[in-house]
Design a protein around this ligand. Structure first.
Ligand code: SF4
Ligand code: SF4
Length: 366
């Protein structure tokens, strides 16, 4: 018997169900494609290759794509948007900016790099507390102005915090919540799964559109993907679920769950092996990654960064903080699968090295 969550309103031409995103009037596929994976924080694919992955998802019925300023994936999404009718897809973008002017620049950057004149959902990225939300009031003011002008269709907040998910229910200006949400409560910075579930339920009841991130704990729950993903798909509070994919095999496996099928053990094993953050040998132990990690999952020990896989959610923020990551060439320094084969001349000049993925399969952050 196929799994069909309550509240599904539309079965797309390709068989992937869609729902209205809360009260926004925006219709989204139950699977949202997270673009962190293809951007410079993770695989660093050339834009065309990223666009090919998005195209495969689109052809399978996915119409919802989640991006952010720091993911480095706007060019990939932009390349994809040139191939499809703009109105056929829903784009979410995010920024950490909190000033009016800073947010204005961030939105303009997104518009320019995506090659579009509107963004469907623009979110305040990774809000930590109620105070953080208040501290972003000027940024929100710009988003409200942009919404009034039709440059943005909905305003959202992404968060790893129960407190923020609770606060969003009380904030009329926020239309969409994008919470860290998995049934083990992995990655939450201030509470338990039960607390987050209650907050998500309340937000749903107050008409917020909700699309979850990290339903597989950023990869930590990959061994129990069937249970974790089936649980998320059946949660009536969730309109959509963001999943990052690294290749067509992962897409195929994810889509089977959304279409009420079960992939075989062999398909699962082939699709989701070797996911982890790895530290390259030329790490200088500067500690920038340690300071950037909200999960306490990476620390400099004996002069080199070491990752505690039991805590790491594959968010890729350590890579962003690493001086080597910022200065090293993106394309040409790794294979399309993310195995990170660095030219030796670059390696000599390098000063650090957090990369995502290992072996033949790059890390995605579902
Ligand atoms: S080690 Fe890196 S990828 Fe893992 S949780 Fe920390 S910042 Fe994120
Ligand atoms: S991995 Fe990068 S940021 Fe972390 S200690 Fe090494 S050089 Fe510094």
């Amino acid at each position: 018997m196929p799994i069909r969550p309550e509240g599904s309103i539309f079965v797309g031409g390709q068989g992937l169900e869609r729902k209205l995103l809360g009260s926004t009037g925006i219709e989204v596929s139950r699977m949202c494609l997270g673009t962190l994976t293809v951007g410079s924080l993770q695989m660093g694919l050339p834009p065309k290759q990223g666009a090919d992955i998005f195209q495969a998802a689109y052809d399978a019925g996915v119409n919802f794509f989640d991006s952010a300023q720091i993911y480095g994936s706007y060019p990939h999404l932009g390349a994809f948007l040139r191939r499809v009718p703009r109105e056929d897809v829903v784009i979410a973008a995010k920024s950490y900016d909190y000033t009016y002017e800073g947010m204005r620049k961030s939105v303009i950057q997104a518009l320019n790099e995506l090659g579009t004149d509107y963004i469907d959902i623009y979110l305040m990225h990774e809000q930590e507390t109620r105070h953080t939300l208040k501290g972003h009031s000027e940024g929100f003011r710009f988003l409200l102005d942009a919404k009034e002008k039709g440059v943005i269709r909905a305003i959202g907040a992404s968060t790893h915090a129960c407190e923020v998910a609770e606060a969003v229910s009380e904030m009329d200006l926020i239309d969409v919540l994008h919470p860290m949400y998995n049934y083990r409560g992995l990655g939450l910075i201030d509470g338990t799964f039960d607390r987050m579930r209650a907050a998500v339920g309340r937000a749903h009841d107050t008409g917020k559109g909700i699309y979850a991130m990290k339903v597989l704990g950023g990869g930590l729950m990959i061994e129990e993907i069937a249970k974790a993903l089936t649980w998320a798909i059946a949660d009536p509070s969730l309109d959509s679920i963001a999943l990052g994919i690294a290749n067509a095999r992962e897409l195929e496996v994810d889509l089977k769950f959304f279409n009420g099928e079960r992939p075989s053990e062999e398909e699962l094993a082939a699709s989701f092996k070797n996911k982890s953050i790895i530290v390259e040998q030329w790490c200088t132990g500067c500690g920038s990654c340690e300071a950037a990690c909200r999960q306490g999952a990476i620390a400099v020990i004996g002069g080199k960064a070491k990752v505690d896989k039991s805590k790491c959610v594959l968010c890729g923020y350590c890579g962003r903080a690493c001086p080597d990551w910022r200065s090293s060439p993106r394309s040409g320094s790794r294979s399309p699968t993310g195995s990170h084969s660095r030219p030796s001349s670059t390696a000599k000049a390098s000063t650090g090295g957090v990369v995502s993925g290992s072996g033949s399969s790059a890390a995605s952050a579902p």
